[in-house]
Design a protein around this ligand. Structure first.
Ligand SMILES: Cc1ncc(COP(=O)(O)O)c(C=O)c1O
Length: 393
């Protein structure tokens, strides 16, 4: 093993503490993303510029007069109102907590719903933040493993395990990162009914909600109801605004109040500037336009991907949502080694399946500007063909 490979492996998969491993995906991104010539590692659609937000309701000149105080620690009433409206009447503005991205929402939700020794079921693969945190929070964990080739959520197993074990909570990433698969409404209803009977909370990380390629879908919170479900989402992926660091938790009042208390220990308040910008662009009309933008970008790039990349080079799972594609590498299992070679030889950044407990797979972003994406894909194909020809095998 090369020294470089060893060093990266230690940094992305070492332990931070006995009960907390490094967060492989985020470590991998942080170490490489700003040095990549071609970044195919993002999971959202390419970001908007501040000036472009004027088309979505922002009055840029008003920002000049904004007093940069702490603002509202749980998010301003305007922003919480706008977020609550996305859930079509299931919740009110006091049932929303604004967080620093959905990453903080995941953290404070997990802190709020779990206590030492509780049993948690978790959807795997997923973004892997929550699976990483669970041992640190003292939970007992059972993984609900998705598997090749369809990568669907294992609903029958989830139902059986909920009925048999009555876990405190089930964490589900829907639409799923990295597989792009989406649970159907009937499946969600069934899961909700079973969880309600077992006294189990269902936490949905829905940061890709709104990008479903087959059209608008309600949140799991609307379908199941706030007595059982909690929804986590944010503006980073579908809305192209990761730099705002705005996410949220939506659910019943006690959960939100408790999460707010935990947030006192993490970030206190959302950035005042981000709160203001997010409040301006979250009208229903702008939400519709931004979601359509995301779908348009992903549809076009998905077409490019399937026309330019042969299945014997990358065997892709066609996504139902998200701005990424999950692909098997049929000719090579060591996808961490492959990703490192692609990066060091050609400056191309993709995400290795090892960060999703799935060696042999890559997650490739398809949310870029289509003009750039076409040539990036060509370079990716060249790089992979070169590696397949024998440099790695
Ligand atoms: C499923 C999922 N949840 C949460 C996050 C965190 O995103 P952010 O904090 O930018 O909202 C990500 C980022 O990739 C993600 O994929």
């Amino acid at each position: 093993m090369s020294a470089k490979r060893k060093e990266v492996e230690e940094r992305i998969s070492g332990n931070l503490r006995e009960d907390l491993g490094a967060f492989c995906l985020e470590r991998w991104q942080s170490l490489h993303e700003n040095y990549a010539a071609i970044n195919l590692s993002e999971s959202g659609v390419f970001p908007l510029k501040l000036s472009e937000l004027e088309d979505f309701g922002l009055r840029l000149d008003e920002l000049k007069h904004l007093e940069l105080g702490y603002g509202w620690t749980r998010g301003s009433p305007e922003l919480r109102e706008r977020i609550s409206v996305l859930y079509n009447g299931e919740i009110g503005k006091d049932e929303v907590l604004v967080t620093a991205g959905s990453a903080e929402a995941n953290l404070v939700t997990a802190m709020s719903v779990l206590k030492e020794g509780d049993l948690a079921l978790v959807d795997v693969p997923n973004y892997m933040q929550v699976p990483g945190l669970l041992p640190f929070l003292g939970a007992r964990v059972l993984e609900l493993k998705r598997s090749s080739p369809a990568w669907k959520f294992p609903i029958d197993e989830a139902i059986r395990l909920i009925q048999e074990n009555k876990p405190r909570v089930v964490f589900i990433c829907n639409p799923n990162n990295p597989t792009g698969q989406v649970l159907g409404n009937a499946e969600l209803e069934e899961l909700g009914d079973v969880a309600r009977k077992a006294g189990t909370i269902l936490v949905f990380d829905e940061v890709y909600w709104g990008s479903e390629l087959n059209g608008e879908k309600p949140s799991a919170l609307e379908i199941i109801g706030k007595d059982v479900a909690i929804s986590i989402s944010g503006l980073s992926k579908v809305y192209g605004l990761p730099g705002l660091r705005i996410g949220w938790i939506a659910g019943r009042r006690e959960v939100i109040e408790r999460a707010w208390s935990f947030k006192d220990y993490t970030s206190i308040a959302p950035s005042m500037l981000s709160d203001k910008i997010a409040s301006s662009v979250l009208s229903l009309d702008s939400v519709k336009k931004l979601r359509e933008r995301a779908r348009r970008i992903v549809r076009r790039n998905l077409e490019l991907f399937t026309s330019k990349v042969s299945r014997d080079l990358l065997d892709a799972v066609i996504p139902e949502a998200g701005a990424f594609i999950w692909t098997k590498v049929p000719w090579f299992k060591d996808t961490l080694g492959l990703s490192l070679e692609l990066f060091s030889r050609r400056g191309i950044l993709v995400n290795p399946g090892e960060c999703f407990e799935s060696p042999g797979f890559l997650r490739i972003g398809i949310g870029q500007k289509s003009e750039d994406f076409s040539s990036s894909l060509e370079k990716l194909v060249e790089g992979l063909v070169e590696l397949r020809k024998g440099h790695l095998l």
